[in-house]
Write a protein that binds this ligand. Structure first.
Ligand code: HPA
Length: 251
């Protein structure tokens, strides 16, 4: 089954026909909110808002382990995660939607594995290709078929937050090869891989990253949120099309 994780600007899916809400407890604690089971265009899906229903959980305090484990317990095999980013590459201006193919982790102090503790054997997962190419292709096809041209590659730098970056930090991320920056990509992607769940990220660009484009001297976060809300209308349409094209029972 497919799950959608919503980020900033996507705390619910209006086109979701909700069947039930389920409170799930996991050995790692509770997920950000009860899981929402529903249907989009006849296809079954579970929705989870990463930052909680009222967007109250900041990126560094999200219980990523509980979120991904709760989905795993429901039999989720694929996750399309929506994660807002700042654009580092000049092509990634506000309103663009990107499908990253690589990720770099700059976070610290987050619970980032299921393989820790004395009773747990050490395990080193392969993470060469962090995102599932099949799921990325399905998302790209769905977008194209409704006339949405996604930027279909990119390197997502995950910063710790909750503050935005300095211009010098963005220069460093660019030297490292990053083309976009966000705060929630990790450890989410790695935890999904540990549980064998295919994972892809849909990244609406909300703003140019610090020191770039119109963010040369400052980032106006109010404006950022307004931009995200506009772009999310298109993200919802892409998700609806993804369901229709690839997960609908009639197809
Ligand atoms: N930096 C980090 N995370 C973000 C940004 C940014 O500029 N914009 C949206 N999420």
């Amino acid at each position: 089954m497919l799950a959608i994780i919503g980020g900033t600007g996507l705390t619910e899916l209006e086109n979701l026909r909700v069947n039930k809400r389920v409170i799930v407890r996991t050995p790692y604690g509770e997920p950000s909110q009860p899981l929402i089971f529903g249907e989009i265009c006849g296809g079954e899906v579970i929705f989870l808002a990463r930052h909680g229903m009222g967007h109250t959980i900041p990126p560094h305090e999200v219980n990523y382990r509980a979120n991904i484990y709760a989905l795993h317990l429901q039999g989720v095999t694929e996750i399309a995660a929506v994660a807002t980013v700042g654009g580092i590459h000049p092509d990634l201006s506000s309103g663009v939607i990107a499908l990253p193919h690589q990720i770099i982790d700059y976070t610290h102090g987050r619970q980032n594995t299921y393989h820790d503790g004395i009773n747990n054997p050490v395990k080193h997962i392969d993470f060469t290709e962090p995102y599932c190419s099949k799921l990325r292709a399905k998302i790209e096809q769905a977008a194209l078929s409704i006339g949405e041209n996604l930027v279909n590659t990119g390197v997502y730098a995950t910063t710790q937050g909750p503050r935005l970056e300095t211009a010098a930090e963005i220069n460093r991320l660019e030297r490292d090869g990053a083309t976009m920056v966000g705060m929630t990509g990790m450890p989410e992607a790695a935890l999904a891989r540990e549980l064998g769940i295919s994972y892809a990220a849909i990244c609406p660009v909300a703003n140019y990253a610090a020191g770039r484009g119109d963010s040369l001297h400052a980032i106006d976060y109010e404006e950022v949120v307004a931009n995200v809300n506009q772009t999310m209308v298109r993200v919802r349409k892409i998700i609806a099309q993804l369901m229709t094209q690839h997960y609908c029972v009639v197809n």
